[in-house]
Design a protein around this ligand. Structure first.
Ligand SMILES: Nc1ncnc2c1ncn2[C@@H]1O[C@H](COP(=O)(O)OP(=O)(O)O)[C@@H](O)[C@H]1O
Ligand SMILES: [Mg+2]
Length: 409
């Protein structure tokens, strides 16, 4: 049975039964010549860099390319337009798209076949030569139209598939986060209160100890470890139950200064030098100040952890159009591609004392503000993290204008 696409194209090009009969009679006469003719087409295809790829895929990868062309030509001239033939054409079309064959070479291929076949027809001195040639020409145009249509369909399908997999990936990530989040939240809650109790009790014991008691360092160590646990639990809770941003006008310069003065006493930060250009007072975003602070703290701590003694960490604010970029750049250890790939995963850490939640939380903070976070890293060269935040108050997901904003972008 003729396939719908073939019938459509044939009737629009005007290829009719008479043409089919003409081509069929030609096919009988040219049959013995086809292998050598196909081989010539192949040799000419090879001369066009890239064009030979139109033979990519299909069922014949191991066959001699000349034979592939010959088989296709025989089927074409004999007028096979059944479902089996059509399915094969589709597969070949999809393989071409996958192989990235530029569409123009399909036209090149058809043109070469036309040149070889029409030349042979001239020489063969057929009585009804002109009529056969014009039928042949129409047939090749039909075939070309079908090939281009297949190419387009496969191309569109490939793009759709890619879009689908991006959406699926996002969904899986969201589900994963939700599951871990619930678990983390209940665990963190279980830990938080007893921890506060232990900390209070130990402080009571410490305060009751005589100043010369030799156990003071041990008690201090216990309290230090409790603080560390407490910070982890806070991270977990923040990660698991993020508070929606409460947005106000935030001067980024003020935030940077405050964060730096808080971090000054951190052992990891004491070892490095922090360089930053004074941030202009005009660098203002509409955001949740506490969250932006937390984001910066996480990024600067990460940078410090990756740095050697005396390394420089650059902290900067770059304003551009309707957005602000916060940049934290270090010249530290950088990341291998494997670590880079997983660095935003919740609980992924390479540190003995890490929670692996810092960057996950940073990304979420950037996203709920309608912005994003980008990370570039090279082993032994360093890492640059850039957080982009929209300036206006229209970037928040919670904001009713967010749709308009993203549509206008
Ligand atoms: N600036 C950086 N330089 C090198 N590696 C980094 C940097 N920031 C993050 N990483 C890598 O990403 C991992 C995850 O970071 P993060 O989510 O903040 O969790 P954590 O700091 O608790 O390990 C880190 O363990 C580290 O391997
Ligand atoms: Mg971290």
């Amino acid at each position: 049975m003729q396939q719908p696409l073939y019938s459509d194209v044939a009737s629009s090009i005007g290829f009719d039964d008479r043409d089919a009969a003409n081509v069929l009679s030609l096919s009988r006469k040219v049959k013995t010549e086809i292998p050598s003719l196909a081989n010539r087409v192949y040799l000419r295809l090879v001369q066009h860099e890239g064009a030979v790829q139109i033979l990519a895929g299909g069922d014949h990868q191991t066959d001699n390319p000349g034979d592939v062309i010959a088989e296709w030509l025989v089927e074409l001239l004999e007028g096979r337009h059944d479902k089996q033939h059509r399915d094969k054409q589709r597969r070949v079309g999809a393989a071409r798209v996958r192989a990235g064959v530029p569409q123009q070479y399909i036209v090149t291929g058809i043109e070469l076949v036309w040149q070889e076949l029409s030349q042979w027809t001239q020489h063969a001195n057929l009585p009804d030569r002109d009529e056969v040639l014009s039928s042949l020409h129409r047939l090749l145009m039909v075939e070309l139209a079908i090939m281009l249509e297949d190419y387009k369909r496969s191309y569109v399908e490939t793009i759709r598939e890619r879009e689908r997999s991006v959406v699926e990936e996002k969904l899986t990530r969201a589900e994963h986060l939700a599951e871990i989040g619930q678990l983390a939240a209940s665990l963190a809650h279980e830990i938080k209160n007893p921890l506060a109790g232990i900390s209070g009790a130990i402080q009571v014991i410490r305060d009751a100890m005589p100043a010369e008691d030799p156990h003071h360092p041990i008690v201090a160590e216990i309290l230090g470890q409790i603080n560390r646990l407490d910070a982890t639990v806070k991270d977990l809770l923040q990660y698991a139950r993020p508070t929606p941003p409460r947005a106000t006008k935030v001067a980024l310069g003020v935030v940077v200064n405050r964060v730096l003065s808080v971090l000054e006493k951190e052992p990891a930060v004491l070892r490095v030098r922090i360089a930053y250009e004074p941030v202009p007072a005009s660098a203002v975003v509409h955001a949740d100040e506490g969250q932006i602070e937390q984001l910066l703290i996480n990024l600067i701590l990460n940078a410090a952890h990756a740095s050697d003694d005396g390394d420089v960490i650059h902290v900067g604010v770059v304003s551009g159009g309707d957005e602000m970029k916060l940049v934290v750049q270090d010249e530290g250890a950088g990341m291998s591609p494997e670590v880079r790939e997983r660095t935003f995963e919740p609980f992924f850490t390479t540190k003995a004392r890490g929670t692996g939640l810092g960057l996950t939380i940073c990304r979420r903070i950037a996203e709920v503000h309608g912005g994003d976070i980008e990370l570039e890293s090279e082993p032994d060269v360093g890492t640059t993290v850039t957080v982009t935040l929209p300036i206006g108050d229209k970037g928040h997901r919670t904001d009713s204008h967010s749709q308009e904003r993203s549509a206008a972008r």
